[in-house]
Design a protein around this ligand. Structure first.
Ligand code: MG
Length: 476
């Protein structure tokens, strides 16, 4: 057919062929060695651990030597955010790379904040999780720990790309027995019989109430077993500890081991777990081909007093759109691949799916909006984070926005479960959270141009949000 085409077209086509050859010789696509095996991924996601609760993030009496070392050997992010200040929406966002409002996981007057044992909804099956992205690429996948994205059979991890599931399907303070959910129960000596939560294996309940004293240890052992069993193929382990969410439980060998009391003992066991998992990767020679991420689903539950965590110098905690509610520890570890650094740029759990998909050479579907960025330049090349802003949703409203060093508040609300004071700010509040991380000094009057810029950003964002059925409003 070539002879029918004009000469310049033929030359053009020959040029493409020539370029392709050059590319193939110099690029990596044609090499088919064992080095092409996509990396393993381990995400350790803990519950209600605050920004200030690890040694390396400044806690004076909680020793976390394992996480401290992983942070020093890898990257410790100091502006790492979740997409919601409470469990369910935060988890949905991490696994899908999409804001909870897009997933039907944003609460409002008719829908509760998170799923409960009498909830009928779940993360919609039309959503694509990290597990589904990696499954397509031949990964073995396991979810261990807290799920909280629908406990009915049709919503369990095994329906969302995970080969197996082992864990308590929602929060460890649900299914309250006797007189029900009472704050005093959290301050008494730990008693598993106050919370009749199930422990599940795939879609079967295998223990009830779950023995929470040993749950962190058992999740860890299951994780190690999964890694060992799948060491010869790419794998994805999503290890979502139920703790240190209250009620607090720790294995006997961790009790009374820290000066911080029971909360410190529980975090020490979580730290031990991170050490066990990463040491297993090292022993099996897998560490240099594994991305390990550690983070928390939201800030500390301040209502729990001394049995809850701390956001350090950040304001407020869980459930709010103040920094303490949504800025969490973010540690990335991958020996030989990640450039050791303290990252002060903005990052989010929303970025994990795009980052991991790129590592596995998976193209994201074009039929939906994503809210994350591939963090590769920051993680592997020592460049700035590609993310320059963060939206802080509470309910189905954008309550605050961070853009660079600035943070604008449109609506503020006091802490989750305390006397809710919902305030709409006709003149938004503005803080420079790099200069003033505790959000103490409102500088709105001095920077009207920042308010304008952020307003435009929010308006543009809103045009991308389409209404979806609210899963949190569905009852059994
Ligand atoms: Mg939580």
């Amino acid at each position: 057919m070539l002879h029918h085409k004009p000469l310049h077209v033929i030359l053009y086509l020959l040029g493409i062929v020539a370029l392709s050859v050059v590319y193939s010789c110099e690029g990596e696509p044609i090499e088919e060695t064992s080095e092409d095996r996509p990396p393993n991924v381990v995400i350790m996601f803990v519950d209600d651990l605050g920004y200030g609760d690890l040694g390396i993030y400044g806690h004076p009496t909680i020793p976390t030597p394992n996480l401290d070392r992983l942070a020093r050997e890898g990257q410790r992010w100091t502006s790492f955010y979740v997409a919601s200040g409470v469990c369910t929406p935060s988890r949905g966002a991490l696994l899908t790379g999409r804001l909870p409002i897009r997933l039907g996981l944003a609460y409002n007057e008719t829908a509760r904040r998170v799923f409960f044992p009498d909830s009928g909804g779940g993360l919609p099956l039309s959503e694509i999780t990290i597990a589904e992205v990696l499954k397509e690429k031949g990964y073995a996948t396991a979810a261990i720990g807290k799920w909280h994205l629908g406990h009915l059979p049709q919503y369990l991890p095994t329906q969302q790309g995970f080969d197996s599931y082992y864990g308590i399907p929602y929060s460890n303070d649900m299914d309250a027995t006797g007189t029900g959910w009472k704050l005093e129960k959290f301050f008494e000596p730990p008693n598993i019989n106050y919370w009749n939560v199930p422990l599940m294996e795939d879609d079967k309940i295998i223990e009830r109430p779950a023995n929470q004293h040993t749950i962190t240890k058992r999740y860890t052992e299951k994780g190690i077993e999964f890694i060992k069993q799948n060491q010869d193929q790419p794998f994805f382990l999503y290890l979502a500890h139920n703790l240190p969410h209250t009620p607090l439980f720790a294995a006997e060998e961790f009790l009374n081991t820290t000066k911080r009391g029971l909360y410190g003992d529980v975090v020490a066991e979580v730290d031990w777990s991170a050490g066990q998992i990463t040491n297993t990767l090292l022993e099996l020679g897998l560490a240099e081909n594994t991305l390990f991420v550690f983070t928390s689903d939201n800030g500390p539950w301040l209502l729990m007093n001394q049995t809850g965590g701390s956001a350090g110098l950040l304001k407020d905690g869980k459930g709010t759109t103040w920094e303490g509610g949504m800025r969490v520890p973010g540690i990335f570890w991958w020996p030989g691949k990640i450039k050791p650094a303290i990252q002060t740029g903005i990052g989010s759990t929303l970025d994990l799916l795009p980052t991991i998909a790129a590592l596995a050479s998976s193209n994201l579907p074009q039929d939906r909006a994503y809210d994350g960025y591939d963090l590769a330049p920051a993680l592997f090349e020592g460049k700035a984070s590609p993310r320059d802003h963060m939206l802080y949703y509470r309910r189905d409203e954008v309550c605050a926005v961070r853009l660079g060093p600035h943070k604008v508040h449109y609506i503020t609300e006091t802490e989750y479960h305390r006397d809710n004071q919902y305030t709409i700010h006709d003149t938004p509040l503005l803080y420079n959270v790099e200069v003033d991380p505790s959000e103490k000094f409102n500088i709105a009057e001095d920077h009207p141009e920042v308010l304008e810029k952020v307003k435009a950003l929010v308006e543009k964002h809103k045009t991308t949000v389409k209404p979806v059925p609210n899963e949190l409003a569905k009852k059994l």
